[in-house]
Ligand binder design. Structure first.
Ligand code: 2AM
Length: 169
């Protein structure tokens, strides 16, 4: 099964991301708009792995103090558009810790550098010229949970299912 470890967004962040998507639509930008239930921050992408319980067990070893993140920017990697965050040492060290635990136990994961972002639109196509949304209503949330997610292909796109999570007090 296709697995990744992620932070799920609270409603305020989902709302703010949706507003940016609405702005893209108003600017006649075509593409794959990510539905609200699929919005997340990936900490580590594992990919095909047969033993989710093993990953959940490893996640139990992650320890962090809950911290606040603020989503306040928009950017792109080529045709993939995202919303991003005020630099957060909490986020960096959480991703670092998750990845260390996977590396230490030889669980393969995508080693590309961690770039905290929420993908909101893939394969963007500017049909009326390249005018980009620039405003985002900053939104914050407390990160106190990490989730093991399974990605499957549904009829109308990817379905992400939370297989389990670890919550910090
Ligand atoms: P993306 O949104 O920037 O593409 C599920 O695919 C999640 O894992 C997405 O958030 C995706 O990021 C992320 N991811 C990271 N590395 C990936 C990879 N090598 N293949 C697919 N998804 C990856």
């Amino acid at each position: 099964m296709r697995l990744f470890i992620a932070i799920q967004l609270n409603d305020a962040l989902k709302r703010s991301a949706r507003e940016v998507q609405t702005d893209f639509r108003r600017l006649h930008v075509k593409g794959n708009y990510i539905p609200p239930e699929n919005l997340h921050i990936t900490l580590a992408f594992i990919g095909e792995f047969g033993d989710p319980d093993r990953i959940l067990e490893l996640m139990e070893g992650v320890v962090f103090q809950p911290f606040t993140i603020t989503m306040d920017r928009i950017g792109c990697f080529d045709t993939l558009w995202w919303t991003g965050f005020t630099q957060s040492s909490g986020l960096e060290s959480l991703a670092g810790q998750v990845r260390h635990i996977l590396a230490d136990t030889k669980v393969p994961y995508d080693r590309s550098r961690f770039k905290p972002h929420v993908t909101i639109l893939r394969k963007a196509e500017f049909t009326h010229g390249r005018i980009e949304p620039v405003t985002i209503h900053p939104a914050s949330m407390t990160v106190d949970k990490i989730s093991l997610m399974q990605s499957t292909q549904g009829k109308n796109g990817r379905i992400y299912t939370e297989l389990g999570s670890v919550i910090m007090q």
